[in-house]
Design a protein around this ligand. Structure first.
Ligand code: UD1
Ligand code: MG
Length: 470
């Protein structure tokens, strides 16, 4: 059953230059927190309300933002999206004016969200919408109180606590600067009333911009009812204008994620040193050790110990495995596997049950079979390795001839002696054995011993007569 509210539209303002980020090439709303961009955080929250229209307003580097959202958004979200272009960035009021041609036939409620408020929860929007509808407001505004309100628009009220206006920081009188209740940049409007007053906006302010916030003063002066909902906890509506603020808000989000997983039964040791992306999923009874980063869509099954100092990106880790001081990217590790310390598992690798990958071993596009071991100092690339194989220290698959990649295949029970070089394409059949120090370029039949090295010769008495001495 769909809970769609046919009279709801949500606009997300994401056209601004984001000058204070000092990142001329990367639009502000594409900066990430916990592996997700600001704009995707906001769109995910908005999408949960099932709006009829989801309207990102883009402008500065708009094509980059559009391409980014098209790549990241699930189809159900993309189906709702109508792009709105703000060609010149003349302020938040000017941004919202661009909605007029898109919402010609729309009558209902419009939620407007600043694109730089990524911690906003859908439940907060739902509660705000409920209040807005119950009170039959022309506009309902989400505010909060801040110890340091620098930079935010202040909520100006009269003696009877009636909302009068929002005054931007740069336009405040000294008395107004002392107001601690601020605008969060999240609003709900009855679209009909908003559309009526939008053309009245002026840019006679400190920044010379058309402020959306002025609309609320205009509506209030025309005796429309303006609802104000003040949030006790400001952390959810913290805006991001600079890299310092980004780091601070990401810290809040990391704390939220860590608490979520600890409450679900995950043990985080020295939690402040651990970073989690928001799409990571963890089963209970997983232990994460200090200095570990879990990124992308990493999933970890129960009973695993991960870390310390490991970086897992889009990795799947099966039950009861241990990952110690290693890097794993886009790989599947099965149950009871031991990886590390200091292993590098690269994309398209699969380590099957009870496998072991030890120190200074690199695997790429390789399948290590059940119970097989590569314990020390090896490179295994484009290899398919059977069950219960032993890959000796220093084994290298030579998979690249300068133009093409070639496969190394090992059947079950193969033993590769230390410091062997396997020149691909090559196949080592079941239970074959490679003598240490071999360089092989030909297949090895089942059960055979392959020796690919020159014979040793000992010159007797050489040291006494010929060895050079000082
Ligand atoms: C804005 C509010 C301020 C509020 C604060 C909360 C205005 C005038 N001020 O200030 O009252 O306390 O947010 O965080 O609205 N944008 C456009 N087009 C533009 C300009 C901005 O789309 O021409 C977008 C930006 O990309 C951003 C959002 O609007 O996502 C807010 O812009 P920003 O410059 O960050 O406004 P603040 O100064 O933070
Ligand atoms: Mg802002």
């Amino acid at each position: 059953m769909t809970t769609s509210t046919p009279t709801l539209a949500i606009a997300v303002m994401a056209a601004g230059k984001g000058t204070r980020m000092k990142s001329p090439e990367l639009p502000k709303v594409m900066h990430t927190l916990a592996g997700r961009s600001m704009i995707m955080h906001v769109l995910h929250a908005a999408n949960q309300l099932h709006p009829e229209h989801l309207l990102p307003i883009i402008g500065h580097h708009g094509e980059k933002v559009q391409q980014h959202v098209n790549e990241k958004a699930p189809e159900i979200m993309l189906n709702r999206i109508q792009w709105v272009e703000q060609k010149e960035q003349k302020g938040t009021g000017h941004a919202v004016q661009q909605l007029i041609p898109h919402l010609k036939n729309f009558s209902g409620q419009l939620i407007i969200i600043n694109g730089d408020v990524p911690l906003l929860n859908a439940s907060t929007l739902t509660a705000l919408l409920k209040k807005h509808l119950e009170e039959i407001n022309a506009a309902t505004l989400l505010t909060t109180t801040l110890e340091d309100p620098t930079g935010y628009g202040r909520i100006v009220k009269n003696n009877a606590d009636r909302f009068l206006a929002i005054r931007e920081h740069n336009d405040c009188t000294p008395a107004e600067l002392r107001i601690k209740e601020v605008n969060t940049g999240i609003y709900i409007f009855n679209w009909e009333h908003l559309a009526q007053v939008l053309p009245e906006l002026q840019n006679d302010n400190a920044k010379g911009e058309y402020y959306l916030t002025d609309v609320l003063g205009i509506l209030a002066s025309q005796r429309y009812t303006i609802g104000v909902h003040c949030m006790n906890d400001p952390s959810e509506v913290q805006g991001i204008n600079s890299r310092r603020e980004l780091a601070y808000v990401e810290g809040l989000l990391q704390k939220r994620l860590r608490n979520h997983w600890m409450d679900a039964g995950v043990m985080l040791r020295n939690p402040e040193s651990i970073m989690l992306d928001c799409e990571v999923t963890l089963e209970s009874n997983v232990e994460i050790l200090p200095g570990t980063l879990l990124k992308g869509k990493t999933h970890i099954e129960t009973g695993c110990t991960i870390g310390p100092h490991s970086v897992l990106t889009d990795a799947y880790i099966g039950e009861n495995s241990v990952i110690n001081q290693s890097v794993i990217t886009q790989a599947k590790i099965h149950d009871h596997v031991h990886i590390g310390p200091f292993a590098h598992i690269r994309p398209d690798t699969e380590v099957l049950s009870k496998g072991k990958v030890g120190n200074f071993v690199e695997l790429k596009n390789t399948r290590l079979g059940v119970g097989s071991k590569a314990s020390h100092l090896s490179y295994l690339g484009d290899a398919i390795i059977g069950e219960h194989c032993n890959i000796g220290a220093g084994t290298i698959t030579c998979n690249y001839d300068g133009a093409h990649k070639h496969k190394t295949e090992m059947a079950n029970g193969v033993f590769v002696g230390s410091n062997s070089t396997l020149i691909a394409p090559i196949s080592l059949e079941e239970n074959s054995f490679v003598g240490a120090g071999s360089t092989l370029s030909e297949n090895v039949p089942a059960g055979a011993l392959a020796l690919g090295r020159s014979r040793q010769s000992n010159k007797l008495g050489w040291s006494e007569h010929k060895r050079p001495r000082k």
